[in-house]
Design a protein around this ligand. Structure first.
Ligand SMILES: Cc1cc2nc3c(=O)[nH]c(=O)nc-3n(C[C@H](O)[C@H](O)[C@H](O)COP(=O)(O)OP(=O)(O)OC[C@H]3O[C@@H](n4cnc5c(N)ncnc54)[C@H](O)[C@@H]3O)c2cc1C
Length: 304
């Protein structure tokens, strides 16, 4: 429970227009589901987190860092705690030769467009991923043979004490859809990417080609969180789900996409519970049929 004293202290750090009580989270996630957050704060600078993070940890107040909400499934019961959104308010970018430094809140699509504008290649793969750089580093987001690990030179993170540290690529523990940020309570503040000088027209053409591929193969017309499951070793999640006879399988307003079985989509009126039940049913049936465990890529938040 976030009492008046806590709210008063937060009010000395964050301006009132960036603090929201009982904020509906469905408006902040690409699944378009989720109940209310007790408190929702739009973070605009590092200093705010330097003060807030140690304070929350000292008082054992639950908090969750949200980027663009494109990989989270928030409970219909919402979240009892503080959502700290690192988004558009923290999205400064500087370009110096082939090096791009970006604050964590900038969208990957925007950053890819900036790289293209400067004739820098290496980020085309990320142009269609609807997350922030912070979320992309945390998940080591990737597509079409590219992933954040390939272009990341260093990352400035904040720890639980509110201290900043610069981690170079080798200490980021990047793996398939994971990084050190996923396994420790670190917050991504700023990322430095090393790209390669290329031809602007070629970069643009590549991004357009990948966007076409996405539109053809993915159910972008529905709300989702992208691929629901990680790729299991030696298999493709979508194929296993299709072969288990689950194409179009639905519970309430949630269903397995007919276009790409690796996506669980919200047909418009799904609850988070519907989505989670579809996920569980997929896991059970794929395990029974093929003895393969599907691990969700999507992160669940709140009590289900
Ligand atoms: C249509 C669609 C297509 C997609 N395609 C792809 C794809 O091709 N490849 C791919 O990898 N993903 C894909 N995704 C999933 C998603 O976009 C990525 O995982 C993205 O990196 C998540 O970023 P986000 O800012 O939305 O993070 P959120 O969803 O807001 O958060 C995800 C996790 O990251 C953490 N996080 C967010 N910001 C920070 C930060 N600054 N510091 C520390 N932790 C942070 C959150 O706490 C949470 O645990 C897709 C999603 C959709 C909806």
């Amino acid at each position: 429970m976030i009492n008046e004293d806590i709210r008063e202290y937060i009010g000395t750090i964050v301006p009132p227009e960036d603090i929201f009580s009982n904020e509906l989270l469905r408006g902040h996630t690409t699944f378009r589901v989720g109940g209310e957050a007790e408190l929702f704060i739009k973070i605009s600078n590092q200093d705010q987190l330097v003060k807030l993070i140690p304070f929350f940890n000292r008082l054992e107040i639950d908090y969750f860092i949200l980027g663009n909400g494109s990989n989270v499934l928030v409970s219909d019961n919402g979240y009892q705690g503080v959502i700290l959104q690192i988004g558009e308010h923290m999205s400064e970018v500087t370009v110096n030769g082939n090096i791009i430094t970006a604050q964590a809140g900038v969208l990957l699509s925007k950053l890819a467009a900036i790289a293209c504008e400067h004739g820098l290649t290496g980020m085309e793969f990320a142009s269609g991923i609807p997350g922030t750089v912070g979320g992309g580093i945390m998940m080591n987001a990737g597509a079409y043979d590219g992933e954040m690990a390939q272009i990341t030179q260093s990352v400035v993170i904040m720890n639980k004490a509110g201290e900043l540290m610069e981690l170079n690529h080798d200490t980021m523990e990047f793996g398939y859809r994971t990084s050190v940020v996923k396994n420790r309570p670190y917050i991504v503040m700023e990322v430095t990417l090393a790209l390669t000088v290329g031809n602007k027209e070629d970069i643009k053409a590549k991004m357009e080609q990948l966007a076409r591929q996405r539109r053809e193969k993915q159910p972008l017309e529905y709300a989702s969180a992208g691929s629901t499951f990680k790729r299991p070793h030696g298999h493709y999640a979508g194929k296993l789900i299709m072969d288990a006879g689950l194409r179009g399988f639905s519970i309430g307003g949630a269903c397995v996409s007919e276009k790409h079985c690796g996506f669980v989509v919200n047909r418009g009126n799904a609850t988070a519970t519907d989505i989670l039940e579809v996920i569980k049913e997929i896991q059970d049936r794929v395990y029974d049929r093929f003895d393969v465990t599907l691990e969700p890529e999507v992160i669940c938040l709140g009590d289900f």
